[in-house]
Write a protein that binds this ligand. Structure first.
Ligand code: SF4
Length: 360
């Protein structure tokens, strides 16, 4: 029996697909790189944008049509965010709707059913991806992830270190710790509450975890994604004193205007973000930053966009992943705000920021 896996979306999905592959290898399946030669297609989905979701539906329909035309019975399993969102809808309507719309899909499988403790098949990559947490409890107003993946759940520190030891045994010299909000790792284990940048937080165990990982025989340790409100002084100290922790830090800011940030439910102001960048620079002189930006969020008038441009000039990012806002059904921003900025204007703003950061 052959299986084919198609992975959409973020690095978390890439890591999940590595575990899914192992699961099917262990069941006696062989991986193929052509879905037409497979008996089973697994689609690991991303629904962060409507266009990504539509690509998933397109692939399901293509396989279905091909099955009918060629009298084949390739089985389709859908996992990832689409399956997660359907299963987390307590009314059951989303799952029933999907089953009605896509009868060719045998199962909408929540990714949690594939255990974290399966040893992943890492292929030819030079970097071992190590999931440290799953889900997100932040509820940024534009984001579907907390609804699709549920609240943040951290893996046990021993299990993570064990994964890293295995990767080292397999000759990996680089690891990337991954999660939707890596620097809040362990929030769900700890009790003490504190408030950071307008968000009520629990004490993060991420610096402790990072300290342990840095003691291992590794040349480079990186992590994504971290968030400003969880970037503690303890974390900065930990990075500063361990030279094998990557100096390129990914620190999404999303917008440089305080009203827009508030409507995004990001919690911090542009001033607080810049102060954090400066603090990190003062402790880690060779640090570089990459970031995520959303342009054209509702309420981003010309002045608000200029504030974003100004922040970029001051922060001096090395790389920026710039996304044009599109409302995602089921999110708070899609319910509350009108997507009022024309696509032409979003494209213009995208070019300005891309020229400023990525083309310099
Ligand atoms: S931190 Fe915000 S943007 Fe990132 S996954 Fe969580 S809710 Fe989404």
């Amino acid at each position: 029996m052959n299986f084919f896996i198609k992975t959409f979306g973020c690095i978390q999905n890439t890591a999940d697909s590595e575990r899914i592959k192992t699961f099917y290898w262990n069941e006696g399946f062989i991986e193929t790189d052509d879905w037409k030669k497979s008996d089973l297609v697994i689609i690991n989905t991303c629904i962060i944008r409507e266009s990504a979701e539509n690509r998933v539906y397109g692939l399901i329909n293509e396989i279905d049509k091909w099955n009918i035309k060629n009298n084949k019975h390739i089985k389709i399993i859908v996992t990832g965010c689409l399956a997660g969102l359907a299963h987390k809808d307590k009314t059951g309507k989303k799952l029933s709707q999907l089953k009605r719309d896509f009868p060719a899909v045998s199962e909408f499988l929540p990714i949690e059913k594939i255990s974290f403790e399966i040893e992943p098949l890492r292929g030819k990559s030079e970097i071992a991806l190590i999931p440290i947490s799953f889900g997100c409890s932040n509820f940024c107003s534009y984001c579907i992830v907390p609804f699709a993946k549920g609240p943040e759940i951290s893996r046990k520190i021993e299990a993570i270190l064990n994964d890293i030891d295995k990767a080292i045994k397999d000759d990996f010299k680089q690891v990337m710790l991954i999660g939707q909000n890596v620097n809040s790792y362990g929030n769900d284990f700890t009790e003490a509450t504190l408030v950071s940048m307008g968000k009520k937080r629990f004490k993060s165990l991420f610096p402790k975890l990072l300290e342990e990982v840095a003691k291992k025989d590794l040349e480079k340790i990186s992590f994504v994604s971290s968030n400003p409100w969880d970037f503690s002084d303890e974390l900065i100290e930990t990075i500063a004193k361990n030279s094998n922790i990557d100096r390129l830090l990914h620190l999404p800011f999303q917008a440089g205007d305080d009203d827009v940030l508030k409507n995004m439910n990001r919690g911090y102001t542009s001033k607080e973000y810049l102060e954090l960048v400066e603090k990190i620079r003062s402790k880690i002189p060779d640090v570089r930053f990459s970031t995520d930006i959303i342009i054209g969020f509702p309420g981003e008038d010309e002045k608000a966009f200029e504030n974003t441009v100004e922040l970029c000039k001051k922060a001096k990012f090395e790389i920026a992943y710039i996304n044009k806002y599109s409302p995602r059904k089921g999110t708070v921003s899609a319910k509350l705000y009108k997507d009022e900025i024309p696509m032409k204007e979003k494209k213009r703003r995208w070019i300005i920021l891309n020229d400023l950061i990525n083309k310099k």
